[in-house]
Structures are given as C-alpha cells and as structure tokens.
Design a binder for this molecule. Sequence first.
Ligand SMILES: Nc1ncnc2c1ncn2[C@@H]1O[C@H](COP(=O)(O)OP(=O)(O)O)[C@@H](O)[C@H]1O
Ligand SMILES: N[C@@H](CCC(=O)OP(=O)(O)O)C(=O)O
Length: 366
Amino acid sequence: MAKERIVVKIGSSSLTNEKGELDLEKLRDHVHALAKLRQENHEVILVSSGAVAAGFRGLGYSSRPVTVKGKQAAAAVGQSILIQTYMEEFRQFQVTAAQILLTRSDFSNRVRYQNAFATITELLDRGVLPIINENDTVAVDELTFGDNDMLSALVSGFVHADRLIILTDINGIYTDNPKTNPEAMKYDKLDEITKEMIKQAGAAGSKVGTGGMKSKLLAAKTAQSLGVSVFIGNGKGKDKLLNVLAGKGNGTYINELDTTLNTRKQWIALHSESFGRIYVDEGAQDAILYHGKSLLSAGVFKVKGTFEKGDVVEVIGTEGFLGKGEVKCSSEELKGWMDQQKGTRAIEVIHRDQWVEMKYEEERIG
Ligand SMILES: Nc1ncnc2c1ncn2[C@@H]1O[C@H](COP(=O)(O)OP(=O)(O)O)[C@@H](O)[C@H]1O
Ligand SMILES: N[C@@H](CCC(=O)OP(=O)(O)O)C(=O)O
C-alpha cells in the first residue's frame, strides 16, 4: 500500500460514554487503529475533540456544560487530561505525540499560519504524531471554527494530505438524519456535495457533538475542493482505519476534486482578509480567467478601498466576483496609473502566482 499523509478527526461523540464523559476504552480503540496506520508507514495527524468531555467533572459540573464559558473552562481542565491520556496510550506503540492548539485567527494571520505549517511539517518529518484541537480558551464567537470538522478540513488542505477521515458516531452520510427519519438512506460514495444535502443535514448531532452532519458536509466540501479525499463514518477495532484505506470502511467516501492549491494560495483563498476591490474590464477578465495571465493595470477601471503592496484584494469582472489576489502595488499607486496613463500602460497589479480564481469556488469553499 502506498504511503499516505492522513488527517483523522475524532469527534466528541466517538470518545464519550452515555454520560458524556471521556471513555477510555473508546480512546484506546482509536489509538490502536492510529498506531496501525503508523506501523504501515503512513503519516498521521490527529484532530481530536474531547477536552470538554474530559474536563467538566473536574470543574464540578455533573453534566456537560451548556454555556460558552462553562465549556471553555471545562476544556481548560480537560485538554491536559485528554492529551496526557493520548500520550500514554501512544507511548505503548512507541509513538511520540505532540499537542497543537489552534484558532481561526491563527489561520487568518499569515505569519502564524506559516509558523503552524512549519511546526507541523517538522513534527511529521521527525516521526511525531501531532494532535490538534481548537484552543477553546480564546476561541469564541467569530474566532471559532465552531467545531473540529472544519479545522480538520483546513488542516488537511494545508498539509496537502491525501485523505481526511472523519470518525463519528454514525456510519456515514444519509439522505436525512436516520435517528429521526427511519426512511433515510445512506450514501456509500459521493462525488459532489450539493446545497440541498447541506440544507437537509441536521445541525444538531448527538448530545455531546457540536456541528452535526451539516458541519461535516461543509468540511468535506472544503477538503475535496482542496484536493483531499474524505471518508465519514465509524468502525471498531484496530483495523478500522486500515479498512478505510482498503475501501472497506463503514461509512461514506467522498472523492477529491481535481484541484491543487499550494499553501500560499490556500491562505489567499480561505483565510486572508480582503482590503479592497479591483474592477476589471472584459479583456482583463478573459486574460486572467481563460488565458492564464497576470492582471495588468490596463484592464483596471475602478478601485475601491485602501490597500498596500502585499495586501489581498477581491477582483470583480463583468461576470461578477472572479477571485482574490495579492497586489504588487498600493491602491494610491494604482489609482495614479489609471489617471495618468488612462489605463494604457501594462503594469502588473496581481501576479499569476498570487492569484486564486474563485468564480466557481466561492460557494464550494464556503
Ligand atoms: N443526513 C445525516 N446523515 C447522518 N447523520 C446525520 C444527518 N443529519 C444529522 N445527523 C446526525 O449527526 C450526528 C453526528 O454529528 P455530531 O454529533 O456533531 O458528531 P461528532 O461529535 O462526531 O462531531 C449523527 O449522530 C446524526 O444524528
Ligand atoms: N474543542 C472541543 C470540541 C467541541 C466539539 O464538540 O466538537 P465535535 O465533537 O467535533 O463536534 C472539545 O475538545 O471538547
């Protein structure tokens, strides 16, 4: 079997007992299956929930807290318990694990994004298994990924994984929530995740999970758009993950799309803040969309916002939103050229290598 780089996401529902507490037997089962992947020489990154589940008892709650601050405090108690348990269990398979805590804002800050990439790459190069969770202490409201599903999708794109495996408490994606609709049918394979499927999928999952199938579908759509194939399902025993690789997994397989975005372009497309808008004419639109050219000043007829060299802007054409790119000049310089040269001089505004077409992807990336 060819060596793969695999991101495995384990949700709270797959790590807890009926009281919502961390279930050691379940965790051991996952660790054994992950260790088997490592024994077959695959590179593995784990995105694991479970901090709230591991911590709420220690905080004095009798059940999983519902308030944000309760969950955050429980995660602060539980994250160290969770990671210590993983480390001890992995040690029995001679696997060294490392803890990484991330937030959405770590991804939108370019330097932190590059640092996270460098750290994860170094850990993998040195044979260490990174265990990632959201940094619940600081992640609230718009700073959160909301759940670990999207975090796992973004990580899988970012490390150029071959595959993302999302382990949950159900054996795949159904036409409707099978817990409430017994007629629901399972999808074994999917090429496309449609808007209707996302709309249909239940938001609330189990009592302990956060995003339900909806967040898994959105995550899968993002991962496939980044060229990563996805499996969503469950299983038991040490071979459950190897079975997924062998095509015998108990769940739904989702094919990757034929696109590869390097890490820099992924950052531009998915995480960067736009500082302005550049409006281009039909000629420039054709050049960047259909002829693989860089954007030149000659095709720009309107500039909105204030930006500096190196900032990211949105480009709008006659067909609407075309994509995002990193500019090689400030908004003032660009406006100056437009006034003085009447748009005739061909000064490069966005180089091809810093441009991401998103005309068709806007919705896919979400
Ligand atoms: N269309 C669907 N197909 C499968 N499961 C669904 C669907 N809609 C909602 N669900 C629910 O999503 C749950 C899994 O989500 P969640 O509890 O958030 O898991 P996790 O903790 O693994 O992230 C399932 O138990 C199921 O009840
Ligand atoms: N960061 C939180 C995860 C929150 C959560 O419920 O996530 P998930 O089970 O993946 O839907 C924790 O570790 O408990």
